[in-house]
Design a protein around this ligand. Structure first.
Ligand code: ATP
Ligand code: MG
Length: 250
């Protein structure tokens, strides 16, 4: 897919800007603080419904204005599309002029991978940063993935809240263990499928750059539902003391 046109109004330092893009590579260059990353942020917002730089949406509205609009035309191999994004008192999103009820419906229309200098943390930081990067890509390709991941995260949050209360009811924990193992295995399978798809490509690209071999593997406690369940049970007493789930997939 590619983006044909970006129109931004009152977005960050832009008042009214229309940008026509080429099908292939587009390079934005300019002085520091001129607004290059702001353009990328506007596109990211239309792909994910949130910024990669701030959790405060209003920050993106030009400081002298009350609202901001982004309008993107894109083309996929089988269809053309348009996304309109408005930030004012809250966020409003239109896909082909139809208002979306949920922001999650936006994901997967514009397919986007962002890679900034900060993303070196994918290697430097712990596995959570790597999972987050994976999640961002899989959720654009597989809408059901995000649903299952959110269910997993919801159960995990409930289990952790329960552990914090130190109520010591094992039956309740068992219920969450079941659900966690169920969704955990689903999430694992999507991630494994994706890694399998990209690992040979990464190997080739890496060898071209460095002449070295690279091996990518996805390991997780959630690989097998029964085994994960056993581990959750085994860790029960530790979890109770810690007040959170020690074996998790997020
Ligand atoms: N809400 C806002 N209203 C007006 N201007 C804003 C707002 N938010 C950010 N800016 C301005 O946007 C500019 C920064 O834009 P951006 O981060 O896109 O720069 P850049 O071209 O990517 O710079 P660099 O080369 O340093 O990465 C700054 O001048 C900042 O003052
Ligand atoms: Mg920048």
């Amino acid at each position: 897919m590619y983006i044909n046109k970006i129109k931004i109004q009152n977005f960050r330092n832009y008042e009214n800007q229309e940008i026509q893009l080429d099908k292939n590579i587009n390079i934005f260059y300019g002085d520091n603080a001129q607004g290059k990353t702001n353009i990328l942020e506007a596109v990211f917002l239309c792909a994910f419904g949130k910024s990669f730089r701030t959790s405060k949406d209003k920050e993106m509205i030009n400081k002298d204005k009350e609202f901001s609009n982004i309008d993107i035309d894109y083309e996929k191999k089988d269809r053309v599309g348009n996304i309109k994004f408005k930030i004012s008192d809250k966020k409003y999103v239109y896909l082909n002029d139809v208002k979306l009820k949920k922001l999650s419906e936006l994901i997967g229309n514009i397919n986007l991978v962002i890679f900034t200098p900060d993303d070196i943390n994918i290697l430097k930081d712990g596995p959570a940063a790597r999972r987050k990067f994976l999640d961002m890509m899989i959720s654009q390709l597989r809408p059901r993935y995000l649903q299952n991941l959110n269910l997993y995260l919801k159960v995990l949050e409930q289990r952790n809240n329960y552990l914090k209360q130190k109520l010591n009811n094992d039956e309740m924990l068992d219920i969450w263990n079941q659900k966690l193992a169920e969704y955990g295995e689903i999430v694992y399978k999507y991630r494994e499928e994706y890694i399998n798809k990209i690992k040979d490509k990464i190997k080739d690209i890496h060898a071209e750059i460095t002449n070295e071999d690279i091996k990518i593997e996805y390991n997780s406690d959630c690989k097998n539902k029964e085994k994960y369940l056993e581990k959750l049970k085994r860790n029960k007493e530790i979890d109770k003391i810690k007040g959170y789930t020690s074996s998790r997939n997020s």
